[in-house]
Design a protein around this ligand. Structure first.
Ligand code: ADP
Ligand code: AMP
Length: 215
């Protein structure tokens, strides 16, 4: 199963991708996680992109395209993957079309996470993440058992720098300008499936499973 998750920041792509990838036994490829790892490890790329990410803008296409290509060519992606947060621009969508062709594979579906801007702000401002294992929580909608601590590994939770108000607004604008137009591209290709992402985590997951099972 090869899926792409498309939708605004905070629409729940990562939360659902983690659950579904575990169920299907395929990798969850989050470009955001891969890029944050580069920043954390202070690699050459990481140093170039730290400020861009904190401000909520898009990392240059040549970087995200090369990282995605490298990742989906790994052996563990042969049976499928969930691509979360890529593509986010026309150049990235065109590059993904070319990668798929070159690898002689097909995308099963592009799942579009539908949600209002108000819900996105509410979700992102309450998001807390674990630096150690990548688990994602919400102070109200998906709280950890012990406040501020990761359920899985016990590490302290933190608030992402790009989850403060100014960066959230920039990210939403970037989404509207650069990523939203891709919806039509995938609709025309017959790949788009729409998901009402404004419900609870469990409700969205149940709908997602149905969409995936119905092909
Ligand atoms: P994305 O990967 O699309 O940026 P996340 O999966 O990180 O979004 O979710 C953003 C925030 O919203 C997180 O704090 C997460 O716990 C919370 N969240 C995710 N899905 C839902 C939902 N269906 N209802 C309420 N909160 C949610
Ligand atoms: P996310 O974790 O998906 O919210 O992504 C966090 C940040 O990483 C974004 O705001 C961008 O700065 C960067 N990023 C993630 N995916 C991409 C992408 N496909 N293209 C460019 N920048 C990206």
């Amino acid at each position: 199963m090869r899926l792409v998750f498309l939708g605004p920041p905070g629409s729940g792509k990562g939360t659902q991708a983690k659950k579904l990838a575990e169920k299907l036994g395929i990798p969850h490829i989050s470009l955001g996680d891969i890029l944050r790892d580069e920043v954390h490890q202070e690699t050459g790329i990481g140093k170039r992109i730290k400020e861009i990410m904190n401000a909520g803008r898009l990392v240059p296409d040549e970087i995200t395209i090369a990282l995605t290509q490298h990742r989906i060519e790994q052996a563990d992606c042969q049976l499928g993957f969930i691509l979360d947060g890529f593509p986010r621009s026309w150049a990235q969508a065109t590059a993904l079309d070319a990668m798929v062709k070159q690898l002689k594979i097909e995308l099963n579906a592009v799942v579009y996470f539908h949600i209002t801007e108000d819900q996105v702000v509410e979700r992102l401002s309450g998001r807390r993440s674990c630096k150690n294992c990548g688990a994602v929580y919400h102070v109200t909608f998906n709280p950890p058992k012990v406040a501020g601590k990761c359920d899985r590994c016990g590490e302290n939770l933190f608030q992402r720098a790009d989850d403060e108000e100014k960066a959230i607004r920039t990210r939403f604008e970037v989404y509207e300008m650069q990523t939203k137009p891709l919806i039509e591209h995938y609709r025309k290709m017959g790949k788009l499936v729409e998901l009402d992402a404004g419900k609870t985590i469990t409700e969205v997951y149940e709908k997602l499973i149905k969409l995936v099972e119905n092909g």
